[in-house]
Design a binder for this molecule. Structure first.
Ligand SMILES: *Cc1c(COP(=O)(O)O)cnc(C)c1O
Length: 364
């Protein structure tokens, strides 16, 4: 072991494994047209208005960005009906998770979240030397809120509910969620990760912003990476009660959101046409893949997001790679017989189905 005085919890950190980049697979296979359905990105690409705003912003890139993200803050505050000071911006929601960990977790503290859920939760926990209490999803792969409540102890500082949940796409309804939140001790911070909220279709989807208004120490996390197609620029935010927002603001770097990211996010927010088209493409692709995977005898789970969890025989991930289709393997989440599939464009979804047909056919 090296003599570096590294914190023991940092020594144990495992590097995050992202979805395989398209270019890498194309190089490996020597092919031209690989399809990536692995990272829940927007298959339509960014809003053309965001691209234009980015070009225009380029002229000013010798200047530091506006550390307060004033224009984006005003626009979002109006859109969400909150006070501007309730918003905290980050280089993606990932940074907001880091800020929460930095503010509330230390070596003797516990954080409660469901599992399988978003891969960054254990990473930010470990980064602070805190203890992750992972509560298994129930039999339907939905958050087991009763068990999560049972896991809250006097050492619990932070609870995260990922709704809709990544990587399962499942969601919890208002009745269960409201009962859960009402039962939490006052001194526990609640973060509701709503990275996919805009895709949710269930009519009883919980009102997280309502809880932000009513319950001190509550925040909801949102991002421009998924619906708005800006994953490469890195911008996300928290909506929190003013006190919590104030601490997160103090913990962040002053110029964490770049000039480019703010300009593009602001433009994307107003491109209703792009948003509508994205939602339509997702709904159609979801219906198509649900049907086709059922036809192939593969179970899927009801999804309120822009991806599907699907049953798949072990080895499916690797075999799909050889067909030029990248999905997300789920072994690392304790789901060895599953893959996560991002909903793509119609032709990409068809490519996936054809590849699956081939793989399943040759298996028998
Ligand atoms: C993608 C994702 C995020 C964060 O995305 P950023 O690109 O960092 O904004 C957060 N939570 C969940 C559940 C996600 O899937």
């Amino acid at each position: 072991m090296s003599p570096l005085p590294v914190k023991p919890w940092v020594r144990k950190l495992e590097p995050y494994v992202p979805g395989k980049p398209i270019e890498e697979l194309e190089r490996e296979l020597g092919i031209a047209k690989a399809v990536k359905l692995a990272s829940n990105e927007n298959p339509l690409g960014p809003s053309p208005r965001a691209v234009e705003a980015l070009w225009n912003a380029a002229e000013g890139m010798h200047r530091y960005p506006d550390g307060a993200s004033f224009r984006l803050r005003q626009a979002l505050a109006v859109r969400l009906g909150v006070e501007p000071r309730q918003l905290v911006f980050g280089a993606g929601c990932d940074e907001i998770l880091e800020l929460l960990a930095k503010c509330f977790l230390g070596p003797s503290d516990e954080i409660v979240f469901a599992w399988p859920s978003f891969a960054m939760y254990p990473v930010v926990t470990q980064g602070m030397g805190a203890t992750a209490v992972r509560v298994p999803l129930d039999g339907a792969l939905v958050h087991d809120l009763r068990a999560m409540r049972g896991a809250v102890t006097s050492r619990t500082r932070l609870v995260i509910v990922c709704n809709p949940n990544n990587p399962t796409g499942t969601s919890v309804g208002a009745e269960d969620f409201d009962r859960f939140v009402a039962s939490l001790p006052e001194d526990v911070v609640l973060a509701i990760d709503e990275a996919y909220v805009e895709f949710a279709k269930r009519s009883d989807f919980p009102d997280a912003l309502g809880w932000v208004r009513r319950r001190p120490g509550t925040c909801t996390l949102r991002t421009f990476s998924k619906l708005y197609g800006l994953a490469g620029l890195r911008v996300g935010y928290a909506v929190a009660d003013p006190e919590l927002a104030g601490y997160l603001e103090r913990a962040r770097h002053p110029f964490n959101v770049s000039l480019a990211a703010e300009a593009a996010a602001l433009a994307a927010l107003d491109d209703h046409e792009h948003v509508e088209k994205t939602l339509r493409t997702n709904a159609e692709g979801m219906a198509f893949l649900g049907r086709e995977l059922a036809r192939l005898g593969l179970e899927t789970w009801p999804s309120d997001a822009n991806f599907l969890l699907a049953e798949a025989p072990p080895g499916t991930y690797e075999r799909l790679l050889r067909e030029g289709v990248i999905v997300r393997p789920m072994e690392g989440f304790g789901l060895p017989n599953h893959v996560r599939i991002t909903i793509g464009l119609a032709e990409e979804n068809e490519r996936l189905v054809k590849a699956l047909e081939k793989i399943l056919g040759t298996r028998r």
